[in-house]
Design a protein around this ligand. Structure first.
Ligand code: SAH
Length: 328
């Protein structure tokens, strides 16, 4: 804030990067008592189905050992815990799998260590060990990475920056026609793709965003489950923006990966059998628990909840089989 006033402004990308670094470093933003809730925190079904997805792909790839399970931005480690419980039912998987978390927040890394003690935690993609096939997962990771914005001023696109006016931050230049891009996201998508092309493997990206190249201002801030002004709480609200799946897909394709999807989260989970999984959990449950399973199912798949806005896309090495959950 002080620096913004002194330097006469920073780019939206710089603002987002620094605000989120401070935000995620301060503690656990997830869950009912926190700022937002993610799919693995809504229901164990999400991670379990992804665990089944992982184990199926691994088996059809010829059960390579060792195999690395890499998760980007694992939050509390809930997705991986649920996924491993499922995948380890497949003979040989537990012995073959090495878990790697890519996480920058020390506070969340502590929670992840508690949830999955055998995981190795690194701070960046280029610290993930090379030379081993990997199956990578990223749920609501890309939306937290920095975007750049441009604003149309007198028929030219100018970088949209953030300046200070006394204690208030404001966008500068002002204007209503805005477009976004994210070199940071494309770079990591390309790096993940290059790695699986070289070593074998696959990556599953689940996030909210658009699959048809829409544009406009999608920068948003969430604090205690409410949308707030993105400039009002630097470092204490979660800043995200819609993921442009077309741009990620292009970056991964250039690196040599094959692309499956994107499909809606509802389409993906339905095709992996969330209906049957929910039925099974309901049969074992009492009345209130049954209600909770039905509610979770709706939150994950209903078009007016996470079902349509959230998308799943997979990258695979050309030498690997195609993953489940996507139309052939
Ligand atoms: N995947 C989890 C958490 C999503 S929140 C879930 O679905 O519940 C975003 C996660 O990405 C957090 O763990 C956050 O600390 C992490 N993160 C944000 N920016 C990152 C970066 N540049 N490198 C690594 N992790 C990052």
């Amino acid at each position: 804030m002080r620096e913004i006033a002194e330097t006469g402004g920073i780019g939206v990308d710089d603002y987002m990067r620094r605000s989120n670094a401070a935000y995620y470093a301060q503690g656990d933003p997830l869950g009912r008592a926190g700022d937002f809730v993610t799919a693995p925190e809504i229901s164990q079904m999400f991670g379990e189905l992804i665990g089944a997805w992982i184990a199926d792909l691994w088996q059809r790839a010829g059960a390579p050992a060792p195999v690395q399970l890499v998760e980007y931005g694992p939050g509390r480690g809930t997705l991986m815990t649920d996924a491993l419980r499922m995948a380890r039912r497949v003979p040989g998987f537990a012995a073959a799998a090495q878990i790697v978390f890519v996480e920058t927040s020390p506070a969340l890394a502590n929670l992840q260590r508690a949830a999955v003690p055998e995981a190795t935690i690194v701070a960046a993609h280029d610290e993930v060990p090379a030379g081993v096939p990997s199956i990578a997962i990223a749920n609501e990771f890309f939306d937290a990475l920095a975007i750049e914005q441009q604003v149309l001023v007198d028929e030219t696109w100018k970088e949209r920056r953030i300046g200070a006016n006394g204690d208030l931050l404001r966008f500068d230049p002002a204007g209503d026609t805005i477009r976004e891009c994210s070199p940071a996201r494309e770079e990591i998508a390309a790096a993940i793709a290059a790695r699986i092309v070289a070593d074998g493997g696959a990556a599953l990206i689940v996030d909210y965003g658009y699959a048809n190249g829409e544009t406009g201002d999608t920068l948003q801030a969430i604090r205690r489950h409410e949308y707030v002004d993105p400039l009002a709480h630097p470092g204490t609200a979660d800043l995200t923006a819609h993921v442009d799946f077309v741009a990620l897909e292009a970056a991964a394709r250039r690196a040599g990966a094959r692309i499956s999807g994107p499909v809606s989260q509802a389409g993906f989970l339905t095709s992996l059998g969330i209906g049957a999984r929910a039925e099974m959990l309901m049969q074992r449950a009492d009345g209130t628990q049954r209600e909770a399973v039905a509610t979770a199912m709706r939150r994950l798949t209903a078009p007016d909840e996470m079902g349509a806005l959230f998308k799943a896309m997979a990258l695979t090495a050309p030498s690997w089989p195609l993953p489940a959950g996507f139309p052939a």
